[in-house]
Design a protein around this ligand. Structure first.
Ligand SMILES: Nc1ncnc2c1ncn2[C@@H]1O[C@H](COP(=O)(O)OP(=O)(O)OP(=O)(O)O)[C@@H](O)[C@H]1O
Length: 269
């Protein structure tokens, strides 16, 4: 079976289960959005898929080979991971940080040219002008784009990106989603954690919606972001706006909590 595959995953921290019974397959050429409320387990799931945190139960495999049988370096070459809101606390230039994405390739006979990969990643992430700046002096959005470039420089077959647009202005959010979509269309499997329902609905082929300790939905956006799953996962009502064939899903208001019926409300016998 090709792709990155999780079966029956149970994940948690300190012995506490946060997610259970998660099945997920990320194939080449598709972009999957991972959504859910704060604390639902999106980062926990993404880290497990990257091989950075072993599951409490279940299996993870790359093209049918269990993670346990894949060398760390081979896995790191195949699966690029962009952490959520990562800091860079060293006095390193942006170019040096992006070059860290080439570490899994060092000494590998089939490695592509590192300099070419770094230059292309800087260009894809729109940050060539920042290449010689110290990362410590970058704005939050600039740093986010440099760290995206580091993940792109891996040139993995899979890219797992945790909230890559959270710190970006509206133009860069759109450009980043377009970039991730083009990377998927070029043949990589992309999983992206998002909180923006419209970006997820417009750019993702499939949505995995996490809530209540499980995957509530794993379906195309029109289904996974339907009124019922969105209400159950986030406790909100949304407005849908169809424009040029694309659906925009806009949070409208928190759902009213269910009204407890007092004995006075009951119909008279
Ligand atoms: N190292 C840890 N030790 C203990 N609990 C943790 C740890 N990391 C995360 N958790 C808990 O696990 C749950 C899932 O966290 P996770 O970061 O995966 O959520 P998330 O869906 O990515 O949330 P957000 O949208 O806020 O980023 C949360 O309740 C969190 O408090």
């Amino acid at each position: 079976m090709s792709g990155l595959e999780a079966r029956g995953l149970a994940l948690g921290h300190g012995g506490r289960t946060m997610l259970a019974g998660v099945d997920l397959r990320l194939a080449s050429g598709e972009m999957v959005g991972i959504l859910g409320p704060n604390g639902a387990g999106k980062t926990t799931l993404l880290r497990a898929l990257a091989g950075l945190a072993p599951p409490m139960a279940g299996s993870l495999a790359l093209d049918g080979t269990p993670f346990a049988r894949i060398a760390d370096r081979d896995r790191a070459r195949a699966i690029a991971y962009l952490a959520q809101g990562a800091e860079v606390n060293w006095e390193m230039t942006a170019r040096a940080v992006v070059a860290l994405g080439r570490l899994p390739h060092r000494g590998h006979p089939k490695s592509r040219d590192d300099e070419t990969a770094v230059a292309e990643a800087l260009r894809q992430a729109d940050v060539p002008h920042l290449a010689d700046r110290s990362c410590a002096t970058l704005s939050g959005g600039e740093r986010a784009r440099v760290l995206l470039a580091r993940a792109l420089a891996v040139r993995g077959r899979f890219l797992l990106a945790d909230e890559p647009v959270a710190a970006l202005d509206p133009l860069l959010q759109l450009r980043t989603m377009e970039l991730l979509g083009s990377i998927a269309r070029a043949g990589s499997g992309v999983a992206v954690v998002l909180h923006d329902l419209s970006l997820a609905a417009r750019f993702c082929d499939r949505i995995v919606l996490l809530a209540g300790g499980r995957a509530l939905a794993d379906a195309p956006p029109a289904v996974a972001l339907g009124d019922a799953p969105v209400a159950e996962a986030f406790g909100i009502d949304v407005i849908r706006h169809l424009h040029d064939g694309e659906t925009f899903v806009i949070p409208r208001r928190p759902r009213a909590p269910p009204i407890a019926r007092s004995s006075d409300d009951r119909p008279s016998p």
